[in-house]
Ligand binder design. Structure first.
Ligand code: HEM
Length: 302
């Protein structure tokens, strides 16, 4: 949330609870593991009321903030998304409403997904200390004491670890498409208007495409990847492919590389946490890790 507060809005979320409160209210409203998320918006349930109130506050906040930025000279505006869109609105026919809705979408789509991606990567690594050691060796070889944006593309093994964690635990575990015309797919007749379910969770664990699918094996992404294109789609596909994918990967890599260059960790919670099919794939209980600072850890090992 801190990262999104700064990069989307150019603000410190600890000083602006409106952003995190709205994000929580939006996620609760669309929590598909709860029956009330299927009730119509117009019913005054506590979740609907909170959603409307917090969404309204966020919209006012975005409007006020964009007004403030407009009053600043363009060269004094930041490089957060809001400032970039303010510049764009001035030279395009994007309406204030579209602008504001885009900001809300980015917040909704970008926060929990990335946090979950990072959490599941930490879970997998906590269960595989040997993999932590390999990543630490890679970080030592690539980064000179400090992780920078320039180093990130060179952390290839880490890339495969993240790929594999997102295969086993895709934060977006399913999504939907509607047929806009009658179509035949693999011998199945699909009439116009049919809703199709595209379940990453099931496809990513299908033994037709993956050897030993339940095992965490990052090197499968290092060797020739000859599976069909949509055997792996944690970020969706086609024209609505996740626009934040590179950002999310960069964010996860930065946090992971920073943790691993200072700490080794082990799991301090249930190794097989229940998972909940909510809006995103969420652990049903907190995933905890215990960190050992490298110096202490080496001391202990000696
Ligand atoms: C690990 C992290 C992430 C995962 C797994 C993920 C996954 C996805 C998926 C599967 C879709 C396609 C949904 C569909 O087609 O129905 C999507 C769309 C989208 N994502 Fe992400 N996402 C992540 C991070 C982010 C971040 C960090 C942002 C922005 C800051 C973001 C912004 C968006 C937006 C705006 C869309 C809608 C794109 C459109 O409809 O054109 N995502 N994401």
């Amino acid at each position: 949330m801190d990262v999104l507060g700064r990069t989307l809005f150019g603000v410190d979320v600890t000083e602006n609870p409106v952003i995190s409160e709205a994000s929580d209210a939006i996620l609760a409203r669309f929590d598909t593991s709860r029956f009330w998320s299927f009730l119509p918006d117009r019913l005054p349930t506590p979740t609907n009321r909170r959603y409307r109130q917090k969404l309204g506050e966020l919209q006012t906040f975005v409007d006020d903030l964009s007004e403030q930025r407009r009053e600043e000279r363009p060269e004094n505006r930041g490089d957060d998304l809001l400032s970039i869109l303010v510049n764009f609105v001035e030279t395009s026919d994007l309406t204030q409403e579209e602008f504001r809705d885009n900001m809300v979408t980015f917040l909704f789509a970008g926060h929990e997904t990335s946090a979950l991606g990072l959490t599941y990567t930490l879970l997998c690594l906590a269960q595989h200390p040997e993999e932590q050691a390999k990543l630490q060796a890679e970080i030592d070889a690539v980064c000179e004491g400090v992780v920078t944006a320039e180093n990130l593309p060179e952390l290839e093994r880490m890339e495969h670890v993240i790929d594999e964690a997102l295969r086993l635990y895709p934060p977006v575990y399913t999504f939907f498409r509607e047929a806009t015309q009658d179509v035949e797919l693999q011998g199945f007749d699909i009439p116009e208007g049919t809703t199709l379910v595209l379940p990453q969770w099931a496809v990513h664990r299908d033994p037709r495409w993956w050897d030993d699918p339940k095992t965490f094996r990052p090197e499968r992404f290092a060797s020739d990847t000859d599976w069909p294109e949509y055997a792996y789609f944690p970020f969706g596909g086609g024209p609505r492919h996740c626009i934040g994918m590179r950002f999310a990967r960069m964010e996860i890599k930065t946090v992971l590389a920073t943790i691993l260059s200072n700490y080794t960790f082990e799991l301090a919670s249930n190794p097989n946490p229940d998972l909940i099919a909510s809006t995103n794939l969420k652990p049903g209980e907190p995933i905890r890790i215990k960190l050992y600072k490298h110096d202490d850890f080496e001391g202990m090992a000696r």
